[in-house]
Design a binder for this molecule. Structure first.
Ligand code: ADP
Length: 653
């Protein structure tokens, strides 16, 4: 069993084994007894005594000077041979040590993968030192914990673990705290002589050698080897282990630097990708908003005329067809509006929003769906999230999209899963509220990660997805001054966990006590006549015609002007109770016309009803809000026009 905490002998730095008394006697005993024995001296090598030769003579004679000379010469030869053998062993060991250091250094220069390097060091070291266990413990950044990075016992790699430095009762923490190396010839026998009181020692092993790992003059951890057999390690091992520990420390610092570099690179790449993404989105937005805007005019005509025709006395099958035309146009109009949301052609209607509450309300809405589709919801909401100014309806639209997407992804991949919704205050982005939607579904294939926010991008089968959900989310969040992006859990370093995470960062906007100055004053200039006189100012003949077709059957009188100049002329000569006026026209635009009329005939200016094809145009909305007039959006329906007419008729009464 691997044992980390081992006792010491009380001697600082090392626990030395008592050395046997060395005898350096090197003379020749030339006393030879009658029993025919003699002791002949020493095995000399370069003047040092290596041992002794003893000669027993069984014949009945005494040893002669010849014998002595003969044995002395053999002794000397043997001495030289023994010395050579010892030198050879020493050289061999030295060469093995050099080999190990060389291999380790090669490994360090060839790879930056720390695990590979540590494996190599472990293998080389245990082989060289004949050790059964190997251990590398690293001090964390805060200096309060040791992470057991490599623990190998009898060839088996054990699970890494951490232990606090404050425990201070392991040999490793002792080495890390003091910077001393420790050598025990037999730890079990030396239990009474530990270098500090309170150190805990397990029942194994016997031989123990540990050294600090230093980087310049900083201790970054400790390395130790162990054996179940006493007397395994020597002072020479201590020296060589110190060298290896030094090299390992360099490798670790290199690997850490490399890791840091990689993280920075990844951050840089992410930032670059986000920049490219936002540029792409801006270009797409401009294109899409133009198209959507242009679509709204013809759609107004399609919807309006379909409705008009339905009012007629027609066959049921024709009416059904008209309904189909109407439904199709409505759907197209919805798509156009979604595209305008993506293109951020609107300003959010800000009011104080409790993000947690908005999330909970959206989740509650989906609770049944989630249950039915085996989706478990886990919420982890910051309790003290302050209210922020935002558009609650739009935000809920984003939340709903993300929740439904996650549920569909998990259901498609494994019939259900867990969706975790979190609110966070990211420490690296102060003033931001972060909302995370993390699922454990299949994740997003990296090759489509850069496209999922594009309008109409979908991987879902026809009829299941329009590919507009995330585009809308993108538009809404960007318009709030926030950011939205997606990552895969695996890339976030969440182990092998699958699934995607959508992250929404919203800027925190403190709630001010502001009242919207919406004082809508009712118009008092109502004419006596029963019949309304209506002016429609629009360059789109279809729009003019639609209003005419609604109003005239009711007896109202409709005149048309295709631009502001023409309208001015008509207004100069006549009184109108309603002036339907498009905002965007060639020549004199709707707002310019209004301003002229407001100056010249203020009572007439109060009868304006503005028409806009750009649903979310902020400037138009702001302008109309300032005038206090009504605004109808293209494509509008007969009901919209009828509503305006009814209102004016009521005023007249
Ligand atoms: P739609 O849902 O109509 O496909 P979206 O714009 O909402 O459109 O999503 C675009 C695509 O993004 C999806 O088709 C899907 O491939 C991918 N996607 C969105 N959310 C997830 C998710 N949680 N896990 C995996 N893929 C997702």
């Amino acid at each position: 069993m691997f044992s980390e905490g081992l006792p010491t002998s009380g001697q600082r730095g090392s626990v030395r084994r008592p050395s046997p008394n060395k005898r350096t006697f090197g003379g020749v005993l030339d006393h030879i007894s009658r029993e025919d024995h003699g002791r002949l001296p020493s095995l000399l090598s370069r003047g040092a005594v290596q041992g002794a030769l003893t000669l027993l003579i069984r014949q009945n004679r005494t040893a002669t000077t010849e014998d002595l000379r003969f044995l002395s010469s053999i002794g000397n030869q043997l001495g030289v041979a023994l010395e050579n053998a010892r030198l050879f062993t020493k050289t061999q060991r030295r060469s093995m040590e050099l080999n190990v250091i060389n291999t380790v250094m090669q490994e360090i220069t060839q790879t930056l993968a720390l695990d590979e390097i540590l494996d190599c060091i472990c293998e080389q070291t245990t082989r060289l030192m004949n050790a059964e266990s190997f251990f590398v413990g690293l001090l964390n950044e805060e200096g309060d914990e040791i992470h057991a990075r490599v623990i190998v016992d009898k060839g088996e790699r054990l699970e890494p673990f951490s232990f606090p430095m404050s425990d201070g009762n392991t040999l490793t923490s002792y080495i890390v705290a003091t910077g001393e190396s420790l050598l025990f010839y037999d730890l079990q026998a030396q239990r009474a002589n530990l270098p500090a009181p309170g150190l805990i020692v397990g029942p194994a092993p016997h031989a123990w050698l540990g050294v600090p790992m230093m980087l310049e003059d900083r201790i970054i951890g400790a390395m130790s080897i162990q054996s179940y057999t006493p007397d395994r390690f020597t002072e020479a091992d201590r020296r060589i282990l110190s060298v290896i520990a030094g090299q390992t420390a360099i490798a670790i610092s290199k690997a850490r630097l490399f890791e840091e570099l990689e993280t920075r690179m990844k951050q840089l790449q992410d930032a670059q990708a986000r920049l490219m993404q936002s540029e792409k989105m801006a270009a797409l937005g401009a294109l899409v908003s133009g198209v959507a805007h242009e679509l709204n005019n013809p759609l107004t005509a399609v919807i309006g005329y379909a409705q008009l025709l339905q009012l007629r006395d027609l066959d049921d099958d024709i009416k059904r067809d008209l309904q189909r035309i109407y439904d199709g146009a409505q759907r197209s109009s919805q798509i156009a509006n979604d595209l305008l949301t993506f293109a951020r052609s609107y300003k959010p209607q800000r009011s104080p929003v409790d993000i947690n509450q908005a999330l909970q309300q959206t989740l509650a809405l989906q609770a049944y769906e989630m249950r039915v589709h085996n989706t478990k919801i886990v919420t982890d909401l910051l309790p003290d999230l302050l209210m922020t100014m935002a558009d609650p309806h739009r935000l809920k639209q984003v939340f709903l999209n993300l929740i439904v997407n996650a549920q569909q992804a998990m259901e498609g991949a494994k019939g259900g899963g867990i969706l975790t919704v979190r609110t966070v205050r990211p420490p690296d982005r102060p003033g931001t509220i972060r909302i995370e939607f993390e699922d454990n579904g299949p994740g997003i294939p990296p090759e489509i990660l850069g496209r999922i926010f594009d309008p109409f991008f979908t991987t879902k089968e026809v009829g299941k997805g329009t590919g507009l959900g995330l585009s809308i989310c993108y538009g809404i969040i960007t318009e709030h001054g926030g950011t939205i992006w997606a990552e895969n859990n695996v890339e976030r370093g969440k182990g092998a966990e699958s699934g995607a995470i959508f992250i929404v960062d919203l800027p925190f906007v403190p709630v001010k006590d502001e009242k919207s100055g919406d004082e809508q004053s009712p118009d008092e200039a109502v004419q006596d006549e029963e019949i309304l006189r209506i002016l429609v100012v629009d360059d789109e003949p279809d729009v003019v015609e639609l209003i005419r077709r609604v109003a005239e059957p009711q007896g109202h009188h409709v005149e048309k002007a295709s631009d502001g100049i023409e309208a001015l002329e008509l207004l100069g000569q006549n009184d109108f109770q309603i002036i339907f006026c498009d905002l965007k026209m060639p020549g004199l635009s709707g707002d310019a016309l209004y301003e002229r009329v407001a100056k010249e005939r203020p009572e007439m200016a109060q009868r304006f009803v503005f028409i806009s094809g750009d649903t979310f145009n902020t400037e138009s909305r702001a302008f109309v809000a300032l005038t206090g007039r009504s605004l109808i959006m293209k494509p509008f329906s007969i009901a919209d026009i009828q509503g305006i007419l009814d209102e004016w008729v009521k005023k007249k009464k």
